[in-house]
Design a protein around this ligand. Structure first.
Ligand code: GUN
Ligand code: ZN
Length: 468
C-alpha cells in the first residue's frame, strides 16, 4: 500500500477525552486532508493548505464536497438475527425471543443458510459504515466459522463469539448444548479464531468473545465454568459480552425473572461470580475492561458502580429499546457513574443497521427523559458515542476511533449528494452566526441525515473495504 491523501470535510473527536468533555475535543476541518501512510495509519489530519511537503506528490482522492468521518463502531449486534430485524408477532423481550428469535436463529443449523447470512451480514455492515463491531454470534460453530471467514475476507474488524445457551424453553432447544459442550465449543472458537488473522492480539482485526446469551439462558454451572475459562484467557485479550437489565416488566420480565431464578440482589451479580442465592460468591467474575454489557436500561446504582470499578462498558441500544418496549437507559445517571457508554444497533432487536440512526434515536429518547433528566445531546457527544467511545469500550482506543496521528485509519467517505434530504438540509438548513454553533449544527444535520447510500467508501486500516 502506498500513502494516500484523502480530501474532504473532516469531523472527528481528537485525543482521549472524558465522556463529559467531548465537545472541546471536536475537530472540524472544512477543507481537510487525511493522509494515510503505507501501513494504513494516519500520518496527517488537518487543513489541505498544511499538507506536509513530503506528501504533496502522493496519490490524491478528492472527495469534496464530501465528508470524512471515523468508521462507526457497533458495540452490540446479532449475527443470527440478520434476517429477523422487523420480526412481528413477539411483543416484548421474553416472548419475542421465544416466538420470533429462537426459531429465526435455529435456521442457521443449515450450513448453506448460515453462509448466506454471513455474506449478508458483512454486506450490511459495510453499507452502514460499521468498521468495527462486537458481534453476538450464532450457537452453531459452522455459522461462526462462516462469519469469521467472511469478515476476514472483507477486511472488517470484529470481536465475536458463539451465543451460549445451556437451558431454556422448548423453542430454544436447537440452540442449547450440554454444559460440557458449551465450554468445549467456546474454547475451540477461541483457539481457532482469536487473533487468527495476524497471530497477535495487538494487531489483529479478529477477536473472540465469550458470549452467554443472558443469565436466564445458562445454568449456574455454566456461569461458573465460563468464569474459569475467562480467567484463563483474559490475559490473551479475549472479550466477554452479554445482555444486562433490558426488560423490567414487573414480575414476569427479564430483570425480575433473573433475580428470582438466581436469588440475587442485583442482576449484575450473576456475571460477577456472585450467582449463588443471596448473591454469595460461586465463581470468578466475567467483568473487566474487555467486557461489554448490552442495554443496562434498569441498573441499580450498585451495578453501575461495579461496572465503572471493573472497567466494564455499556452498549447503548435505543432503537432496540424502542422496538421491544424496553424503556430508556437514563443518560445522565449512566454517564455520571463513569462507565463508558457506546452505541449498539442490537440488530434484530433493533430494526436499523446504521449507527447514525442509533445516535438519532439516542438524541430523541434522551431529550424526552422527564424533567431534569432530559438532555439535548451535543452533536460531538453523538459522534463520540458512535466512534471513539466504541473503540474505548472495545479496549482498542489506542488503535482506532479517531484521526490522531498513528491511529489505524478506519474512515468513511460520506457523499451527501447521494441522499437528497441530507444534501438539502446541509445546503439550506439554518446556521448560526456563531461559528461554533454553526459547526455543531452542520455535524448534527450530517449525523441525523446520513442514510446508507451516502456512505460511498469504507476503509479499515487504510484499506478500502468492498461492498461486493
Ligand atoms: N436478551 C437475550 N437474548 C437477547 C436477544 O437476542 N436480543 C435482545 N435484545 N436481548 C436479549
Ligand atoms: Zn441484543
Amino acid at each position: 500500500m502506498v500513502s494516500q491523501v484523502h480530501l474532504g470535510h473532516i469531523f472527528h473527536i481528537a485525543g482521549s477525552p472524558a465522556a463529559g468533555a467531548v465537545s472541546d475535543a471536536l475537530v472540524d476541518v472544512p477543507d481537510g486532508a487525511l493522509i494515510i501512510d503505507d501501513s494504513g495509519r494516519v500520518a496527517f489530519c488537518g487543513p489541505r493548505s498544511d499538507i506536509p511537503a513530503e506528501y504533496r506528490a502522493e496519490k490524491v482522492f478528492d472527495h469534496r464536497p464530501g465528508f470524512l468521518l471515523p468508521g462507526f463502531v457497533d458495540t452490540h449486534i446479532h449475527f443470527p438475527q440478520t434476517f429477523a430485524g422487523d420480526a412481528y408477532g413477539g411483543g416484548q423481550l421474553l416472548e419475542w425471543l421465544e416466538l420470533c428469535i429462537y426459531p429465526a436463529e435455529s435456521r442457521y443449523a443449515d450450513p448453506e443458510f448460515a453462509r448466506r447470512a454471513a455474506a449478508e451480514f458483512c454486506a450490511r455492515r459495510i453499507a452502514a459504515g460499521t468498521t468495527a463491531a462486537m458481534v453476538f454470534g450464532s450457537a452453531f460453530p459452522h455459522a461462526q466459522d462462516a462469519l469469521f471467514a467472511e469478515t476476514r475476507r472483507r477486511g472488517l474488524r470484529m470481536v465475536g463469539g458463539r451465543g451460549i445457551q445451556t437451558t431454556g424453553e422448548p423453542a430454544a432447544a436447537p440452540l442449547i448444548t450440554s454444559e460440557d459442550d458449551a465450554i468445549r465449543l467456546t474454547g475451540e472458537e477461541i483457539g481457532k479464531w482469536h487473533a487468527a488473522d495476524t497471530g497477535e492480539v495487538g494487531t489483529a482485526l479478529l477477536h473472540v468473545a465469550i458470549v452467554p446469551r443472558f443469565s436466564l439462558a445458562v445454568t449456574r454451572t455454566t456461569l461458573k465454568n465460563l468464569g474459569e475459562l475467562y480467567d484463563s484467557v483474559r490475559g490473551r485479550g479475549v472479550y466477554f459480552h452479554t445482555h444486562l437489565n433490558e426488560n423490567n416488566r414487573p414480575g414476569t420480565g427479564e430483570v425480575d425473572s433473573t433475580k428470582q431464578a438466581y436469588g440475587v440482589t442485583t442482576y449484575l451479580d450473576t456475571y460477577d461470580g456472585k450467582f449463588l442465592p443471596g448473591s454469595a460468591t460461586g465463581g470468578k467474575s466475567l467483568l473487566g475492561r474487555r467486557s461489554i454489557l448490552a442495554h443496562c436500561v434498569h441498573c441499580q446504582d450498585a451495578e453501575l458502580r461495579r461496572m465503572a470499578e471493573t472497567g466494564t462498558s455499556v452498549a447503548h441500544c435505543p432503537v432496540s429499546q424502542q422496538f421491544l418496549g424496553s424503556g430508556t437507559m437514563p443518560w445522565k445517571r449512566t454517564l455520571a457513574s463513569g462507565v463508558t457508554v457506546a452505541a449498539g444497533t442490537d440488530y434484530g432487536g433493533g430494526d436499523e443497521w446504521l449507527i447514525p440512526q442509533v445516535l438519532s434515536a439516542a438524541f430523541k429518547v434522551h431529550i424526552s427523559e422527564p424533567g431534569e433528566l432530559g438532555v439535548s445531546m451535543h452533536p460531538a457527544e453523538m459522534l463520540f458515542t458512535g466512534t471513539l467511545a466504541g473503540a474505548r469500550a472495545l479496549d482498542m482506543e489506542d488503535r482506532f476511533g479517531n484521526f490522531d496521528i498513528g491511529k489505524e485509519a478506519d474512515f468513511l467517505v460520506i457523499e451527501p449528494g447521494r441522499v437528497p434530504a441530507l444534501e438539502s438540509s446541509l445546503a439550506f438548513g439554518i446556521r448560526s452566526d456563531d461559528p461554533a454553533l454553526a459547526r455543531d449544527q452542520t455535524l448534527f444535520a450530517l449525523l441525523m441525515g446520513i442514510r446508507e447510500p451516502a456512505i460511498t467508501e469504507v476503509y479499515v486500516r487504510g484499506r478500502r473495504v468492498d461492498a461486493a
